[in-house]
Design a protein around this ligand. Structure first.
Ligand SMILES: Nc1ncnc2c1ncn2[C@@H]1O[C@H](COP(=O)(O)OP(=O)(O)OP(=O)(O)O)[C@@H](O)[C@H]1O
Length: 302
């Protein structure tokens, strides 16, 4: 089988534990992400999600193991990998438009200023920002508007991989809902590969093709890869009507509430730790198991 677009191989991260020893956050984590996929990662605080994200971004080096993108080993930051953090990280002295233009100019040094501006404005309008707002500096924008600028900036650069670290964590529920749908629209148009950390189960189901579930740390594992068997396009109000929504949601809640603890703390003994694929689908029961819910679930979980 050919290698996935993004391939994480035997990734191990240890840190000093502050008492003269070491603490292993995760060991031999091994998983892949296909080109154009939207993957969310869920797990309790401290299991190592941000550590994985920083390694994928090239901002940190793992203790051992490698990350390959498009066949090349990731080392150091690159314009091919765009990152959006929770705290927006906009340049405070530049307007919204100039914040987006800054990255586009770096990506396309041969483009005219007018072309850079036009491209940047297109992406700002995709996240609902136009008119006077795009000429304001970050301090003159609301939190939701700042996060829209960060998302427009990341997508406008067309990175091969977009890394989103809890991008909506600081937003109120209403703004969050609107921007989630804007993110889906913009992703639907560009089909970039996205890897996103979130703590919000419903957000992950709405956005992702697949959800990676991590057990608790230390010695955390990416234990499951849960396919989101809900057709696109999706909307926040539409997905709850889908027959797979609650079975998937219940599976995730049960994992995070119980199994993430039960499965935690097991050393890998040197073997690659790959997640188990879970596919929950109540829309197409097999001929022999119609009507028997437990059978259907078992049949699709491998
Ligand atoms: N530079 C560091 N030095 C020592 N320990 C670290 C360092 N960075 C992270 N850790 C530890 O590694 C573990 C994983 O941290 P990480 O931030 O990746 O978790 P997380 O899953 O992203 O948590 P959260 O959901 O709270 O953001 C934690 O126990 C943290 O204390």
């Amino acid at each position: 089988m050919s290698k996935p677009f993004l391939s994480v191989e035997n990734l191990t991260q240890s840190f000093p534990d502050g008492k003269g020893g070491t603490m292993t956050v995760f060991e031999n984590a091994t998983f892949g992400v296909e080109e154009g996929e939207f993957v969310c990662i869920l797990g309790h605080s401290g299991c190592g999600k941000s550590t994985i994200m920083n390694i994928l971004a090239g901002l940190a080096e793992p203790t051992s193991g490698v990350v390959k993108m498009d066949g090349f080993e990731v080392s150091g930051p690159s314009l091919d990998r765009g990152v959006v953090f929770q705290n927006y990280s906009l340049l405070p002295w530049l307007s919204a438009l100039r914040n987006v233009m800054f990255g586009v100019k770096a990506r396309h040094p041969d483009w005219s200023k007018a072309k850079v501006a036009e491209h940047s404005e297109t992406y700002l309008s995709m996240v609902g920002l136009d008119g006077d707002a795009i000429h304001r500096k970050p301090a003159q924008l609301s939190g939701g508007m700042r996060q829209r600028v960060s998302i427009a900036r990341a997508f406008a650069n067309h990175p091969k991989l977009l890394l989103l670290d809890e991008p909506f964590g600081a937003l109120d529920a209403l703004t969050r809902g609107t921007i989630q749908e804007e993110l889906l629209k913009i992703w639907g148009g560009t089909k970039q590969t996205v890897f996103m950390i979130t703590h919000d189960i419903d957000e992950a189901i709405l956005l992702a093709d697949r959800i990676l579930l991590m057990t608790n740390g230390p010695l955390a594992r990416v234990a499951e890869s849960v396919e989101i068997t809900i057709d696109r396009p999706r909307s926040r109000t539409g997905i709850v009507e889908h027959p797979n929504y609650y079975p998937i949601r219940n599976h995730l809640v049960h994992f995070l509430g119980r199994r993430s603890k039960e499965l935690a703390g097991q050393p890998s003994n040197g073997a690659p730790q790959s997640p188990e694929t879970v596919r929950i689908d109540f829309t197409s029961p097999g001929p022999d198991d119609a009507g028997d819910e437990s059978l259907r679930l078992r049949a699709v979980t491998n």
